[in-house]
Write a protein that binds this ligand. Sequence first.
Ligand SMILES: [Mg+2]
Length: 299
Amino acid sequence: MPSPQMSQAPRRGPAAGRVPDELYDAYVFDLDGTIYLGEALLPGAGRLITALRDLDRPVRFLSNNPTKDPQQYADKLEALGLPTPVDDIVNTVVVMTRWLLDNAPDAVVFPIAEGPLIRAFEQAGIRMSEDPSEIDIVVASYDRGFEYRKLQIAFDALWFHRRARLVATNPDRYCPMPGGRGEPDCAAVVAAIEACTGATCEVNVGKPDPAILHTALAGLTVDPARAVMVGDRLSTDIRLAREAGAASALVLTGDTQRDELHGLPAAQAPDFVLERVDRLLPPRLWEYLGWEEDDGHDG
Ligand SMILES: [Mg+2]
């Protein structure tokens, strides 16, 4: 794609709202509620990602969800028409595995987790056990197989043997689903363990911890201040951007309703608010690309 002519005044641009007026050096996107919801791309997501790649802007994807591994996300994006290299996707499976290898390489771990996280630990050579007397770290996560037996093991490791530490993949209360529904997420598992043991979760490796953004930008020579983080949640995506020193764009297609922004302290407010994710491109690029408001509904 040739260089866009940025000097022309736009014939029309995105609807009123605070949107970027420049291109960033890197673009980092949340997935659920930002790029897709359920099994469908959100309006404008497909043409936005295609345009950014045509403009040679690095695009990375982040997810706090540890119930899939990056390859499963890559497969899903490909099925939705957005083929993506697996290394351009970072989720809490990747970051938690790395955190354990970096911070507790010899620890015996009890993962309260689904298959993808457990398989990643196995592949990394992390020792795992269900014997509370030898567990050093309880890893809480979004686990739809959570049950009393697992809670008892965590309780014994943390409270009875008083040897284990509690860490978590992500702080989300629930995972949004289509139709306004949701599933209880990692915060519920952490709360159950904290409630019975009196322990406090020491580490969360998912958003808003800046480590996940730094992992996503690894290998790029991009100043985080010249990157923009785009997501649908104030408490994770937008806070992450702030903590990592990146620009932040909140998209109103997922968790956050516009009225939640009223009265929000400036320190928690996003830099930009987007009705749909393709408004991330400046209005003059809409003009250059010939985009219309009503286009892009198929992604
Ligand atoms: Mg989201």
